[in-house]
Design a protein around this ligand. Structure first.
Ligand SMILES: [Zn+2]
Ligand SMILES: [Zn+2]
Length: 207
């Protein structure tokens, strides 16, 4: 599987482009706030997006959605309803909550999607936000703002919960085997490394 990483404004969120060699299509995970940059990277890779997948609904991860829909009309957007249907969600933090997304598809816990011949398993991991999810593709985890290298996402935004975050980190920590971890910000890491030295994951797994 080919993986390309873009760090995008406004807050340096990581956008991940995934495709299988020889396939003309692929996936966009978290298109940040720079749709032109994402579209140009797709063109350079010879990749037509088959779907956008969102780890959660915060503005720094989803700002590029509407721009990409103009370039690729009808592109399916996969997201968890928890971040798109919050009555209390401020629209500057969750900009898609108020947008009318005709091509939106709801993610469900423990489902496996197959898009562009890539199998993606979905783990619902609330804590940073109600609708936070982690995607697994082969031995790669895309953890959004749930798990960072040596840290975890904030829990003080609307919809956040320390208790839910600890349970989500425990669930990730208890997955079988090692995985490469690609977080929503900062550098990649591995699950084994986080199990050993991430104080939040260590605490979560001791519960
Ligand atoms: Zn976030
Ligand atoms: Zn973020």
């Amino acid at each position: 599987m080919e993986l390309h990483i873009l760090s995008l404004p406004p807050l340096g969120a990581n956008c991940y482009l995934l495709k299988l060699p020889g396939r003309p299509d692929g996936l966009v995970i978290d298109p940040g706030g720079a749709p032109e940059t994402v579209a140009n990277a797709c063109r350079e890779l010879g990749m037509t997006p088959a779907a956008i997948l969102l780890t959660h609904g915060h503005f720094d991860h989803v700002g590029g959605v509407e721009g990409l829909l103009k370039t690729y009309p009808g592109l399916p957007i996969y997201a968890h309803p928890g971040d798109l249907s919050q009555p209390f969600a401020p629209s500057d933090l969750f900009p898609l909550a108020s947008a009318s997304l005709s091509s939106w598809k709801a993610l469900h816990d423990n489902e496996t999607l197959s898009i562009a011949e890539i199998e993606l398993h979905v783990f619902c991991t609330p804590g940073h936000s109600k609708g936070s999810v982690v995607f697994r593709a082969e031995d790669r985890l895309f953890t959004g703002d749930t798990l960072f290298c040596g840290s975890m996402g904030r829990t003080d935004f609307p919809g956040g919960s320390v208790g839910e975050m600890i349970a989500s980190l425990k669930r990730l920590g208890e997955l079988e085997g090692d995985c490469k971890v690609y977080p929503g910000h900062d550098r990649p890491t591995t699950l084994d490394s986080e199990r050993r030295s991430n104080p939040y994951m260590v605490e979560a797994m001791a519960r």
